[in-house]
Design a protein around this ligand. Structure first.
Ligand code: GDP
Ligand code: IMO
Ligand code: MG
Length: 423
């Protein structure tokens, strides 16, 4: 990693960002999360151990790297504390290395209650993770949020909580017909957080700008994926943050000049958890076959089976543009081993070749595929690009041609070693 790099998912999340960030973190000084919250589930397999990270940046697995949680993240203190306890029990020291922005909005218990209540009442549920993400960002933008820094003056926190609960409990009781949140129970729970969180609080923007100015290398870790972006994703079946590379600037307080490279991570096929259009989705038998073959196509946060489909080059090309990507990592190539014929979606049949303007148009599009011959040789043990089966190389070259970006990393298994770096 020669430049400060932002790592972004090209599809609907779970592309293997955690693995790629962990690999690149070896060459970085710091890793920073800039959006999302505990809805993320990033898997890192290292030295025979598996870590599933929700709020902590994947760099936490490397003992000496600084890890930042920027203002763009919505922070659930309960989830964070559980996660810190979990990684501690796996031998990781967090103290002194984790820096959290006091500007992060808090995800409160009532955000999770509202998320679940709204999903169960909706005629068109989004299929959220139930982690309170949407309601947290609604409060942030609606200027009703409570921020991490508010915990430093507990009376300010208590006042904001009281104000916010008036509206939340009205909704919970009268509209959703569920039990309201208890002001006293929240106060009791939150009394412990000022002391627990203060040691981690820092001016994340200032620290990152100083690191960048002094030539240190920073890795920016995206969560979710390009098509879950609040603006450019399959709205309304999206998450509530800017998941694209631009989000790194507003979610951390750095300028675009601080980012040197954008690495887009695309799975060799496509998956999606939750509802919403999926043009290149498999039929149920093929989805079941791939899910079984991959062995792990179940959401890392909710355990739900992931929907599966062919690689969609229309999406990945669009993601290249939206993120300004200059590198591509293709993950899970090994899962395609042994499949006789592999398809790639190359067109949505839109007049003029453009991208659909509405989600309804996307849902109704006519997908055109190309078919490539597969390969029989297992790729999981291969460590050099030259040794990949000829048809696997052809598959990767086709992706490069269709997206206009070079594949610089090929991942052929969940472990660190199962990776091919090119150039
Ligand atoms: P993230 O959210 O983008 O970090 O991805 P997840 O961790 O949710 O899901 C990716 C899954 O694929 C994890 O279980 C990884 O261990 C696994 N994985 C990552 N890269 C590869 C690969 O190249 N091959 C295989 N078979 N599994 C991989
Ligand atoms: P990582 O970082 C896959 C999906 C949910 C739902 C939609 C909205 O591991 O790639 P939310 O709880 O955010 O309001 O849910 O977004 N979703 C993810 N899907 N990977 C994720 O994160 C996701 N985070 C949210 O399934 O469809
Ligand atoms: Mg994930």
């Amino acid at each position: 990693m020669k430049k400060n790099t932002v790592v972004i998912g090209a599809q609907w999340g779970d592309e293997g960002k955690g693995k790629i960030v962990d690999l690149l973190a070896r060459q970085a000084d710091a890793v920073a999360r800039f959006q999302g919250g505990a809805n993320a589930g990033h898997t890192v397999k290292a030295n025979g151990r598996e870590f599933v990270l929700h709020l902590l940046p994947s760099g936490i697995v490397h003992p000496k790297k600084l890890c930042f949680i920027g203002n763009g993240v919505v922070l659930d203190p309960q989830s964070l504390m559980e996660e810190i306890a979990q990684v501690r029990s796996q031998g990781i020291k967090v103290e002194g290395r984790l820096k959290i922005s006091p500007l992060c909005n808090l995800t409160m218990s009532y955000h999770k209650m509202l998320d679940k209540a709204r999903e169960s009442k909706a005629t068109r549920a989004i299929g959220t993770t139930g982690r309170g993400i949407g309601p947290s960002y609604i409060d942030k933008v609606g200027r009703l949020g409570i921020r991490v820094g508010d915990l430093l003056q507990f009376d300010v926190f208590a006042q904001k909580l009281k104000e916010s609960l008036k509206e939340k409990n009205f909704l919970l009781k009268n509209y959703y017909k569920v039990s309201p949140a208890s002001h006293d129970a929240i106060i009791r729970e939150y009394r412990k957080y000022p002391a627990l969180l203060k040691p981690y609080m820092a001016d994340v923007s200032l620290m990152l700008n100083q690191l960048i100015a002094s030539g240190k290398k920073v890795l920016f870790e995206g969560a979710q994926g390009t098509f879950l972006d609040i603006d450019f994703g399959t709205y309304p079946f999206v998450t509530s943050s800017s998941t694209i590379s631009g989000g790194a600037c507003t979610g951390l307080g750095i300028g675009p000049s601080g980012i040197g490279s954008v690495l887009l991570v695309a799975k060799a096929y496509t998956t999606r958890v939750g509802n919403g259009p999926f043009p290149a989705e498999f039929d149920p038998q093929m989805a079941d076959f791939i899910r079984r073959k991959a062995g792990d196509e179940f959401g890392r946060t909710t355990g739900r089976p992931r929907r599966c489909g062919w690689l969609d080059a229309v999406m990945v090309k669009r993601a290249v543009q939206l993120n300004g990507a200059d590198q591509l990592a293709v993950t899970k190539l090994d899962v395609l081993d042994g499949i006789k014929q592999i398809k790639i979606a190359v067109s949505y049949g839109i007049k003029g070749g453009g991208y659909p303007w509405t989600t309804e148009e996307l849902a109704g599009c006519r997908v055109r595929y190309i078919t490539l011959p597969g390969w029989d040789q297992p790729t999981g043990g291969i460590r050099s690009y030259a040794k990949l089966p000829a048809n696997a190389k052809k598959y990767l070259q086709t992706i490069e041609k269709l997206t206009g970006v070079k594949v610089s990393i090929v991942s052929v298994g969940p472990d660190r070693e199962a990776t091919i770096f090119r150039g």
